[in-house]
Ligand binder design. Sequence first.
Ligand SMILES: Cc1ncc(COP(=O)(O)O)c(C=O)c1O
Length: 460
Amino acid sequence: MAALPLSAPAFLGAFELGRAIAMTDATDAVDTPTPRRNPKPEAKTINGRELKPSTLMMGHGYDPALSEGSLKAPIFLTSTFAFENSAAGKRHFEGITGKRPGGAEGLVYSRFNGPNQEILEDRLAIWDGAEDALSFSSGMTAITVMLLAYCNAGDVIVHSGPLYAATEGFVAKVLSKFGITYVDFPAGATREELDAVLEKAKAQAADNGGKVAMVYLESPANPTNALVDVEAVKEARDAVLDRDCPIAIDNTFLGPLWSRPLDHGADIVVYSLTKYVGGHSDLVAGSIAGAKKWMDPVRALRNTMGGIADPNTAWMLMRSLETVELRMQRAGENAAKVCAFLKDHPKVEGLGYLGFIEDARQQDIYDRHCKGAGSTFSLFVKGGEEEAFRFLDAMKIAKLAVSLGGTETLASCPAAMTHLSVPDERKAQLGITPNLVRISIGIEDPDDLIADFDQALAAV
Ligand SMILES: Cc1ncc(COP(=O)(O)O)c(C=O)c1O
């Protein structure tokens, strides 16, 4: 057969491996990121009216004509994609390797991309007003591949605290093995405090022979719900660091509906799609979105390492995106009603809910950055672990499980479960007390939920 001497994936695998070995800096791969096939142009406006994300979720990026008229995109279960002829194969690789200017189009091999993932990524980008997006097999895959793509030995990561425990662990325990250090700051830090933190990080990077590689935020923080002032972080970054140091933010708790951090100065928005976006507690996935220049190095490393969402999960996420606005709106309304009931309940010591912020600075950040209070909050039951357990065990509708953002209401006790291994001193610092119950409100009938909370509190 006078086709490619090696199968396309094998050849590309060898090519990628060669690059990986030659690469001292993953960002080198920006030169030749795997190009994407553009979807058929479609109307995103009608008579000058820009169509809303909820409308575009029904069809954007997918042309039924290309799939036998199937209204919904089929699930493309294939590991590789056939070239039309050998000349087309050669042309493609000439484009990829830069031997022919103008790049290359089309799908080659499913570690790099696939039709379901490309449609999903186009739709994810819409919600955040991003130029490009990348999907991953989990939120943690998205976070770790992104951090690896941007960091070299000697570099420093500046991050808000607390972070999701696995993220914090990856930075502190895994990246440190490669000579990457970090400087952290409390979520509510002011512009002045941020300037000081970035100056410290810059000096640390200079001492270590590296640069400040990324400012990584999580807002609201898990499980404290403390908000980060993204606008102040951007101003501080622009004042103290080079603008080529991206600001990434984990928007899992409020995105994509209640917060759009790219509008406030973040460069990359990060998601565990497992939560609100997937929304049915039936899949695990992640994503990042932002300008193409920020996505390209991460895409190149994802091409090498793998970690893209699988076609079935990508298809399920497209299904989920059609209802994400409806689900989040209902969950948000439900949470507001449940929290109004809990607020002055005699068995409730307090609430960590963004709808009832008591701190003026946090309220100011909320007013500038958030379009809604979300549906995940902390409930402090009067008493200690015993009372919290009695409450949790008495719940009849809410399920006792970690995670959040699903259609069903979930409850857990971070001090005894997700944060059990966190040292007591750090737990006290973060306000993770034994009586803290973490709640994620779903889309059930709100009065049924209130009845459940009422009877469960009566059992305390
Ligand atoms: C804020 C946040 N970021 C990231 C993750 C990790 O996502 P995944 O479980 O999809 O890997 C989680 C998971 O709970 C999370 O809560």
